[in-house]
Write a protein that binds this ligand. Structure first.
Ligand SMILES: [Zn+2]
Length: 229
């Protein structure tokens, strides 16, 4: 069965692979661009990049309803446990660390951003995810600035990279071109833009820039669209 990756707007993605559903950064009920509600999504696993509300607002409810296992940094994991997510349903990670899961391998990569929980408590450091799903390698940069170590993340080859282009809170379209050059993925999808006016971007113009300045094939999705690996 092929792996499919569906965009739920912002940095929320649903990955169907090896008979499992993996949800990344559940932000649905309060998201202006989400095509689905938190009560309607499936999840066997949840990947949590950091503690900001626009990434975690539906995590507790979905984890409790589905019994999904949540992979998060140590502090975010502890906060989720305090909100009632069972300890045996949490995988505590930190940057540089990887772990094997029933659907593949998950590595928590560095990201330059901040992380605090919705109630203001400490959220550890943010991260991205490098996933090995069968033969495919997929990188979700999540919320981050451009950083030179992206070269290392791309060194093993990437079938798909997902990068933020919204600017203001993360890298913008221009820096994303440098990120794509370093990551050198076969395909690249943008995220974390057009959710609200401050992060509005012209994705079609971005795609033209990607085509002329990098070797990657840009994939601009509408919320609800999917990529098949
Ligand atoms: Zn964000």
């Amino acid at each position: 069965m092929p792996t499919t990756i569906t965009w739920f707007g912002h940095n929320c993605w649903s990955i169907e692979t090896a008979g499992k559903t993996i949800l990344l950064d559940p932000f649905l009920d309060e998201s202006p661009s989400a095509p689905v509600k938190a009560a309607d999504v499936k999840a066997d696993f949840i990947l949590q990049s950091h503690g900001h509300f626009d990434h975690i607002s539906d995590t507790v409810a979905i984890a409790k309803r589905t019994g999904a296992t949540v992979l998060a940094n140590f502090e975010v994991g502890q906060w989720l446990h305090k909100q009632g997510v069972a300890e045996d349903k949490l995988v505590f990670m930190n940057p540089g660390g990887g772990v094997k899961q029933p659907f593949g391998h998950v590595k928590f990569t560095i990201a330059h951003h901040s992380s605090s929980m919705p109630d203001g408590s400490y959220g550890g450091v943010p991260g991205g995810f490098l996933l090995t799903l069968g033969d495919a390698r997929v990188y979700f940069a999540c919320d981050t600035a451009l950083f030179l170590d992206m070269k290392l993340i791309g060194a093993g080859g990437l079938d798909l990279a997902v990068v933020p282009i919204g600017d203001l809170f993360t890298m913008g379209p221009e820096d994303s071109l440098d990120a794509i050059k370093m990551l050198n993925p076969q395909r690249v999808a943008p995220c974390h833009y057009n959710t609200w006016p401050p992060i509005e971007q012209d994705a079609a113009a971005w795609a033209r820039q990607v085509r002329s300045h990098t070797a990657a094939e840009p994939i601009v999705l509408a919320a609800g669209d999917k990529i098949t690996l």
